[in-house]
Design a binder for this molecule. Structure first.
Ligand SMILES: *Cc1c(COP(=O)(O)O)cnc(C)c1O
Length: 478
């Protein structure tokens, strides 16, 4: 049984090396004295290490096993990039330092901007936004100011029902009105449906690509043409660019604005609240609207440029989350263009391999071919009274993290599965084996699945109150 670090403590214990001084004390020489206890745990140094090792071993994490959390791209992020980001040359500098003293850091920001432009086929990038949703909001602000500058009053943003949930909220927060367009029976946008919605009030068509069904929009050329013919902009939510690296350059196929999630695609582990980074890239006609300051190169010197009357302004203090840039840049340099393309190739191959095999035991409403992820469903287990939540909880008993569940909303009992590029065949095969076993258990012993998880440190939690009234103390379960 695990006790809290406070319960493990004993009076008189502490982790300090320097012991009490046994010379006579003149209290007058010690003008500052604590008059009440800080309430710190009374535990020795080794006790602290053991406590946290015990907690870490109870936790599930990417270093323990597959983490098939669709849309969230929980993949292996090379530890060497953490080491590089922690180098004192990077983390020992202050963003308010003089430009001349931080040329290396500015060069890194500049080079990363350039690399992202090349990867995405865009003309300029801002690294300021701190997350994907923040990038979306920045992109919407750019679109708003672009139309304001042209004297056009466009209020509508069209968002397919297969878009990420943050898209319509970013649209609303920026003051646009989101209009949902339904995807067709193949999980794609139909150009003829789109044509009916698009008019002179349409500001932006905002696409998640690949969409949340893990599908690449087959009619993307036509969709972009419809938008541009109506004078609208096309936005790409590129949070899951790990499906498209070296394969599709969104700017080259006509997207006007996009964002990336460096903390999904470019080697920053995430979950637990960041830090993240959601850079926004635009094509030339929108470059002037990007946030300032921008990092520019003058001769062989790097500098901040505030010159842009049309800029939407600042969206983050200083220049964004620099340590995430360092990891992304290290990752890009190490892989090069072929390595990046292999990331996406492997992500796609893994997802399609898994989809075929999982599809033998679960429904797959949109059988693809998929990109980096796919959406299965346990609707076929309904006849045994077994739900997706039961399947997800039972996976924990087999030592596997559950996929994203009940999203996207357009698939009933959804299991959104993303194996990511770094998993090997034997890991995927084991996952399939477990999914198969659970589908058999659903038929033979559905009560077992309602009870699951059985072997985890805690059983089925009331998830809402766990978030609202967190209680970190251990309790033995009956
Ligand atoms: C994760 C994700 C987002 C949101 O990114 P945050 O960094 O969590 O704000 C947006 N769109 C898609 C497609 C995503 O997968």
């Amino acid at each position: 049984m695990t006790r809290t670090i406070f319960e493990k403590g004993l009076d008189g214990r502490s982790g300090k090396y320097i012991q009490e001084n046994d010379c006579p004390v003149d209290e007058a020489l010690l003008p500052i004295q604590r008059i009440s206890s800080l309430g710190l745990p009374r535990i020795g140094e080794q006790g602290v290490i053991r406590h946290y090792m015990e907690l870490a071993s109870k936790n599930y994490h990417i270093d323990k096993g597959i983490y098939p959390l669709g849309s969230c791209t929980m993949k292996y992020n090379p530890v060497v990039n953490e080491e590089i980001a922690r180098d004192n040359a990077f983390c020992g500098i202050h963003p308010a330092q003089n430009e001349a003293d931080v040329q290396g850091a500015l060069e890194l920001i500049f080079n990363l901007q350039e690399d992202l432009c090349e990867i995405c086929g865009m003309d300029s990038f801002s690294l300021q936004p701190a997350a994907g949703a923040h990038g979306e909001l920045t992109g919407m602000m750019i679109a708003r100011d672009y139309f304001r500058d042209r004297g056009e009053d466009r209020k509508i943003v069209i968002v397919p029902d297969s878009a990420h949930g943050t898209n319509p909220s970013s649209v609303s927060i920026c003051g646009f009105k989101p209009i949902t367009i339904k995807s067709d029976d193949r999980g794609m946008i139909s150009p003829s449906d789109l044509k009916e919605e698009v008019n002179s009030e349409t500001a932006v068509i905002m696409l998640t690509l690949p969409n949340t069904l893990g599908l690449f929009e087959r009619n993307i050329g036509e969709i972009i043409e419809i938008a541009h013919d109506a004078g609208a902009l096309v936005y790409m939510d590129g949070a899951n660019m790990n499906a498209l690296l070296g394969i599709v350059q969104p700017g080259k196929i006509g997207f006007d604005i996009m964002h990336l999630n460096l903390h999904k695609t470019f080697s920053t582990p995430h979950g637990g609240g960041g830090p993240g980074s959601g850079p926004v890239g635009v094509r030339k006609h929108l470059s002037d609207f990007l946030p300032v300051p921008r990092v520019v190169k003058n001769g062989d010197k790097f500098a901040f440029s505030w010159e842009s009357e049309k800029s939407i302004g600042k969206v983050h203090s200083y220049f964004g989350n620099f340590n995430v840039f360092v990891k992304a840049y290290a990752y890009i340099c190490r892989l090069g263009s072929e390595g990046l393309r292999d990331v996406s190739r492997n992500a796609i191959i893994n997802a399609n391999y898994l989809m075929k095999l999982v599809g033998k035991f679960y429904d797959v409403e949109y059988p693809g071919p998929c990109m980096h992820e796919f959406v299965a469903s346990s609707v076929n287990l309904k006849k045994y009274g077994v739900s997706t939540l039961d399947v997800a909880k039972r996976l924990l008993d087999y030592g596997v993290h559950a996929p994203t569940v009940y999203f996207p909303l357009i698939v009933k009992e959804a299991l959104m599965i993303e194996p990511v590029e770094t998993e090997k065949k034997e890991t995927l095969d084991r996952f399939v084996e477990i999914m198969k076993k659970i589908s058999e258990e659903a038929a033979s012993n559905p009560d077992l699945l309602h009870e699951a998880p059985i072997s985890t440190p805690v059983r089925r939690l009331d998830e809402a109150s766990a978030a609202r009234n967190p209680d970190f103390r251990w309790r033995e379960m009956e």
